[in-house]
Design a protein around this ligand. Structure first.
Ligand code: NAP
Length: 247
């Protein structure tokens, strides 16, 4: 197992990609802190992790709030000691044309998607001290190519890609920092696309591999980057997107 004996925090992990990452990491031997803005479904994920023979803990945390983030790390330390791996996964998507975008909506998307990476990584680094650790953040193809009506989302994800490079420089050699950039993945976030057959057809036609991805396909890339198998990889964003950004 690639993460035997490690402790990981996965934000936004009660469902979707975060849940798949938490379960894949547990399968690879890690104990997991599940955290989300709501505790609904968190206990189900914890139980699934326990059936894999690993320990787990659920902590309610709004990743855009410093107090919540500090409490998350405090609870994690109390139960498991040092946290070795941080997965910055929590995120929100808003489809709003530029002229209709309010300052409040802009700030919310930037705070939840990008400021959270700063807050969580800062707390992670402080509790790690001189120990070795690994950070993986979930960016998006929207941070690499433009998506209409998604200004704040695109800016937040591009910010994660650049912040990943900066943190890799600042935190070397003890902490590796990488990101995964998913293409369209089948989760509750993209249900609205799947419901609109015409939109779905258009999106699938734009993907060289001809289909949307599954959360488990993102989870496997995250486990690779978090593990010692990626011991010489830092500052990278690995696009897991069926070929979208390579076109
Ligand atoms: P999801 O199904 O909506 O799951 C995201 C989880 O994060 C939800 O449980 C959500 O809770 C939670 N969350 C929202 N705001 C939060 C906050 N302030 N603090 C803590 N948790 C919060 O989305 P997903 O598709 O799994 O997406 C996971 C990550 O992948 C996101 O960063 C997303 O941008 C990225 N991504 C997804 C896709 C895709 O196609 N699905 C593509 C590229 C990138 P609520 O349900 O209450 O909002």
């Amino acid at each position: 197992m690639n993460l035997q004996g490690k402790v990981a925090i996965v934000t936004g992990s009660r469902r979707g990609i975060g849940k798949a990452i938490a379960i894949e990491m547990a399968r690879e031997g890690a104990d997991i802190v599940i955290s989300d803005i709501s505790l609904d479904e968190c206990n189900d994920v914890c139980n699934e992790i326990k059936t894999l023979g690993r320990r787990s803990l659920a902590v309610k945390c709004d990743v855009s709030k410093r107090k919540d983030v500090e409490n998350l790390f405090k609870q994690a330390k109390k139960k498991f000691g040092t946290v070795d791996i941080l997965v910055n996964n929590a995120g929100i998507y808003r489809v709003i044309p530029l002229t209709k975008m309010t300052e409040k909506e802009w700030d919310l998307v930037i705070d939840v998607n990008l400021k959270s990476v700063f807050l969580c990584t800062q707390s992670f680094v402080k509790q790690l001290g001189k120990k070795k650790g690994s950070v993986v953040s979930i960016a998006s193809i929207a941070g690499e190519v433009g998506f209409a009506n998604s200004s704040a989302y695109c800016a937040s994800k591009a910010g994660i890609i650049t912040l990943t490079k900066e943190l890799a420089m600042e935190l070397s050699p003890n902490i590796r920092v990488n990101a995964v950039g998913p293409g369209p993945i089948r989760t509750p976030m993209t249900k609205f696309i799947e419901k609109d057959k015409k939109a779905l057809k258009g999106i699938v036609a734009a993907i060289p591999l001809g289909r949307m991805g599954e959360p488990e396909e993102i989870a496997k890339a995250v486990v690779f980057l978090a593990s010692d198998n990626a011991s010489y990889v830092t500052g990278q964003t690995l696009f897991v997107d069926g070929g979208w950004v390579s076109q």
